[in-house]
Design a protein around this ligand. Structure first.
Ligand code: GLN
Length: 266
């Protein structure tokens, strides 16, 4: 809304504070900016006070300088994941004729951020959830990104992996929370899809399976880059080493937590 109404702002802040929202003032301002009417602003604040993610209520969020549309059924892009995008951009030069796969693409935020900076490279984003892919396709259309396509597929399927060859890189932010983590989810995260969060009992299931199944889909020297949970660096690096990857690195995010593990197909 353009007309700034201090009384409405105070009302929204009070609503959010009543629900125990920490950054009530900042969020109230965002809601006010985004809402089309006072009634809509109040409605969003009421839902937010119940800890529904602000990103779902606004319907969009920023990731790597791109507006990404999100809603229930798709993981919300995290700032931490920008570390994964940077890791790929600084290692793989943009080249005509090369392809990169983004497995468990969700909203498509990683594939689209990379595609925006690598206009000659072709991207395939794959996800098992049609609901998530609807957002990925909407985001692709919104940004008119010609060099990214999205397919619905189980990335743990041997047959699907076997369809891919000579990839310059595989990038993946899989579900990696443990059974224990799932017991202690922040209220907001409980609104997000379990299929995008839960990586089986020890959180490492997707690292094991993808590393094993997709190694042969990479070109020689091709890059496999995973986002990881902050305690998973050593385990994920060991999985890459066991599968014959070399040049393995663990990279920290801006908060100083281990966030990316990557290696090259030897
Ligand atoms: N980073 C997310 C969280 O902490 C987890 C996302 C994922 O499993 N890839 O909630």
């Amino acid at each position: 809304m353009n007309d700034f109404d201090p009384a409405l702002l105070r009302e929204l802040i009070a609503l959010l504070q009543g629900g125990g929202i920490e950054d009530a003032e900042l969020e109230a301002k965002w809601i006010l900016e985004d809402a089309g009417s006072a009634a809509q602003a109040r409605d969003i604040a009421q839902h937010r006070a119940k800890h529904e993610p602000l990103q779902y209520l606004l319907g969009k969020w920023e990731f790597y300088g791109l507006t990404v549309f999100v809603g229930q059924g798709v993981l919300i892009p995290r700032a931490d994941t920008e570390t994964l995008v940077d890791a790929v951009l600084t290692r793989i030069p943009d080249r005509a004729g090369q392809r990169i796969a983004d497995l468990c693409t969700g909203s498509g935020c990683i594939a689209l951020a990379l595609a925006a900076h690598m206009p000659q490279t072709a991207f395939t984003g794959a996800d098992i959830s049609e609901q998530a892919l609807a957002y990925a396709r909407k985001n692709k259309a919104y940004h008119k990104m010609q060099n990214a396509e999205f397919v619905c597929a189980d990335v743990l399927s041997t047959a699907f992996a076997a369809q891919h060859h000579d990839l310059a890189a595989i990038v993946c932010n899989p579900p990696y929370l443990t059974a224990e983590d799932m017991q202690h989810l922040q209220a907001e995260v409980q609104f997000e899809p379990e299929t995008a969060l839960y990586g089986e009992a020890d959180g490492l299931h997707f690292y094991r399976e993808i590393t094993r199944l997709w190694r042969a889909a990479l070109c020689k020297g091709g890059l496999l880059a995973f986002e990881i949970g902050c305690t998973q660096g050593a385990s994920a690096a060991a999985i890459l080493a066991e599968n014959g990857f070399t040049g393995i690195e663990t990279i920290r995010d801006l908060n100083g937590n281990d966030r990316v593990v990557l290696g090259r197909r030897s």
